[in-house]
Structure formats: structure tokens, C-alpha cells
Design a binder for this molecule. Structure first.
Ligand SMILES: [Zn+2]
Length: 105
């Protein structure tokens, strides 16, 4: 996997193509088509030991739950929105939401 010069992914399943939009990479079981984040030794659904194929995950999903964080580690700007988002591929991603209109007080 290559990344744009000067950019490094903060998680192993983040792809930063030099000529395109960042995306998350899922691992799909070729036996049952279940999708996971991160490398797998075996499928959590059918227990097959692979192979797994990498797929590009959707860049949008359905917000499942969120929390507005007002206190964090020193140096971390607050508030921010911690969330779990369900992706159409059938998995959930723990993430921080950005570019969300600020409507809380
Ligand atoms: Zn499977």
C-alpha cells in the first residue's frame, strides 16, 4: 500500500492513496463474505481460515451511537464527537466525527 508523501495512516486499515480520497480497507472472507476491520487469522462468522480479500469500505454509514467528549488527555482539543458508525458492508467502526455542525451548548 502506498500513501501520499508526508502522510501516514494512524490505523493499519486506513488507506491514503496518493491520487485519491482516503478510505478504510476491510477484509472479506471469501467463504461467507463477512467483512472485518484489520487482519484476520480466521473468520468470526464461519471460522474459515481464509483467504480474505481486501475491499474498499464505504465512506459513509449510519450513526449508531455517539458521545460528545468534553474532557480528554492534555493537548487533545475538545469537544469532539466519539461515535460508532454502521457501514453498509455489515461492520461497525469506532471513530471520531469531524465537520459536524456545532449545535450543543
Ligand atoms: Zn467466513
Amino acid at each position: 500500500m502506498s500513501a501520499a508523501p508526508g502522510r501516514r495512516p494512524i490505523v493499519p486499515f486506513l488507506r491514503l492513496p496518493p491520487d485519491g480520497e482516503p478510505y478504510l480497507a476491510g477484509q472479506r472472507c471469501t467463504a461467507c463474505r463477512a467483512v472485518f476491520l484489520g487482519r484476520r487469522l480466521a473468520c468470526g462468522r464461519c471460522t474459515a481460515r481464509g483467504p480474505f480479500e481486501e475491499i474498499r469500505l464505504s465512506r459513509s454509514g449510519t450513526l449508531w451511537v455517539y458521545s460528545i467528549v468534553h474532557q480528554s488527555s492534555p493537548g487533545v482539543p475538545v469537544p469532539y464527537v466519539a461515535a460508532i458508525v454502521d457501514l453498509p458492508e455489515g461492520l461497525s467502526v469506532r471513530c471520531n466525527l469531524i465537520d459536524v455542525a456545532r449545535r450543543w451548548r
